[in-house]
Design a protein around this ligand. Structure first.
Ligand code: NDP
Length: 498
């Protein structure tokens, strides 16, 4: 079975997908034109009607079958992810396993979250029956990134499908093969209609999707591209959900389990070569435990290495142009008085970036303010956890955060201006399917995952049904003065108490 893709013209332009570890060509894919994208959206619109007609039960059954295919062919999927991103198989497995959990959760919970429910009509309207339900939008366009090419797009796709929409999916130009694999697997369990279609190409193909008349765009990527997408969507008032990365902090309190905090910092900062939107980029540590914590982070970091051999903990930087950004953030930090306790500018090579731990970096340096998206971390000493919160919140971003504290975890986590937080363990919220995922500020808006993620891909429908004629008729020109007086009296009794 091949991916449900737009039909190619005879002279179809193509592009190669390369392994970032070897530059070997691992696949060749069409560059879909705007006309082909529009044709895909038109087919999706028909498919959406059929998919909606299956109801929650029918869709859940197909989604569970899809999840089964992914699970049984996990090894194959992980290899495709490794080929295109260079990440270790174990990391490819971790993101795929979490994605499988999300498909399952979305399928199981769609009816409960989106199905019709009664609402109280209130005393004044007690002759009415009120209901609310969440209906499919129609066609959802998903524009995905390359860093987690299974977990991230499926966070939108699974929820959009479970809510009853058809999806047109544009994976990153760095990971089209993973996108094709996922769409092919779906077509095996839903062969009747192109409910999930793949379009491939560069940024222009994604841009065409934003103008192709879809009912919503779900985007994950950079803030700059997110703004372009929102501007394009504004022309047709197409709603968007934007997940645009972050500058996520870790807070380490004086009473924290330092071993666990250091472990989470090292893993959160360096795994996947730091190419994680919710990855650790900054740490604020209470002065009483700062030196001990830093020593632990340094020791642990020295045992971590990038490479493509079996023993390497993480792989190459997927997008070659990112190496420049990572190097620039490090050199800028060092030129402003920062110190590299591990790594440094020379840790950034032509393909791999080895771990870098920076201390003494001024808060206005790029390494503290901008998303590095590489295996670096800055550690700063704070006199109190209030100072830690203030510094952590002093950013344009607001995606997620991690707090290590035995006594104040919940309080500190709640004070952070982020969409998500985890306490005493790294990034745990991402693995809990019932929790919404998303940020504020330059990290974007809208939510995927959980009930909020299902509702993100649905239109709210409110219906009031008259059960019997009201004893007091309010919505008529025949309303009497007596009625208005009665209403005034009633509202005073109900709401006028001091
Ligand atoms: P982009 O934001 O440019 O790309 C993300 C997706 O958007 C890709 O599928 C891309 O397609 C597509 N795209 C690009 N331009 C447009 C457009 N005008 N209209 C519609 N779709 C478009 O990110 P990059 O991959 O270039 O990475 C740059 C930086 O973004 C990283 O260094 C990192 O800081 C951040 N980033 C954050 C991610 C996160 O998880 N939040 C994920 C990825 C990146 P194509 O790849 O074909 O150009």
């Amino acid at each position: 079975m091949t991916a449900v893709q737009p039909k190619s013209a005879a002279t179809q332009e193509t592009f190669d997908s390369l392994s970032p570890a070897t530059d070997e060509v691992v696949g060749t894919h069409p560059v879909h034109t705007a006309a082909e994208v529009e044709a895909a959206v038109a087919r999706a619109r028909e498919a959406a009607v059929w998919w909606e007609s299956l109801g929650f039960g029918g869709r859940a059954q197909r989604l569970q079958q899809w999840k089964g295919v992914l699970t049984r062919r996990l090894k194959q999927l992980c290899q495709v992810v490794r080929d295109e991103t260079g990440k270790p198989i174990a990391d490819a497995q971790l993101e795929s396993v979490l994605a499988i959990e999300h498909i399952s959760w979305a399928a199981k919970n769609a009816r409960k979250v989106l199905g019709r429910k009664r609402r109280s009509a209130g005393l004044l309207m007690s002759n009415q029956a009120a209901t609310v339900e969440y209906l499919p939008l129609g066609v959802v366009g998903v524009i995905g990134p390359w860093n987690y090419p299974v977990f991230t797009p499926l966070g939108s796709i699974a929820y959009a499908l479970a809510a009853g929409n058809a999806v047109v999916f544009k994976p990153s130009e760095f990971t089209p093969g993973v996108g094709k694999w996922l769409v092919d697997a779906f077509a095996e369990v839903v062969p009747e209609q192109p409910v999930l279609q793949l379009i491939t190409g560069y940024g222009a193909t994604g841009a065409a999707l934003t103008r192709a008349g879809v009912d919503k765009i779900a985007f994950t990527g950079s803030t700059a591209t997110g703004k372009k997408i929102m501007a394009a969507c504004a022309e047709t008032l197409t709603p968007v959900v934007i997940e645009a990365g972050g500058k996520d902090p870790v807070l380490v309190d004086a009473d924290a389990d330092l071993e666990a905090a250091a472990d989470a910092t090292v893993w959160g900062a360096f795994s996947n070569s730091g190419q994680t939107c919710i990855g650790v980029e900054r740490v604020y540590v209470h002065e009483r435990v700062h030196d001990e914590f830093v020593a632990k982070v340094v020791e642990k970091s020295q045992a971590v290495r990038a490479g493509s051999d079996q023993d390497a903990q993480y792989g190459p930087v997927t997008m070659p142009s990112q190496l420049k950004v990572i190097k620039h953030h490090i050199t800028d930090a060092l030129s402003r008085g920062g110190k590299a306790l591990v790594g440094g500018a020379e840790a950034v090579g032509d393909r791999y970036a080895q771990p870098t731990v920076l201390v003494g970096v001024p808060e206005d340096a790029e390494a503290v303010r901008e998303e590095t998206f590489g295996p670096t971390v800055t550690i700063a000493k704070v006199a109190s956890m209030d100072e830690a919160v203030e510094k952590a919140n002093n950013t344009r971003y607001g995606l997620a955060a991690t707090v290590f504290s035995k006594s104040r975890g919940m309080e500190l986590a709640r004070r952070l201006r982020t969409g998500m937080a985890s306490i005493n363990a790294p990034l745990s919220f991402a693995g809990i399917a019932s929790l919404p995922f998303g940020g504020v500020g330059d990290s974007g808006f809208g939510r995927i995952h959980g009930p909020e993620g299902l509702r993100e891909f649905a239109r709210t429908k409110a219906i009031a049904r008259q059960r019997f004629t009201a004893p007091i008729a309010l919505t008529t020109f025949d309303r009497k003065e007596k009625t208005d007086a009665l209403v005034a009296k009633l509202i005073t009794v109900l709401h006028g108490k001091r």
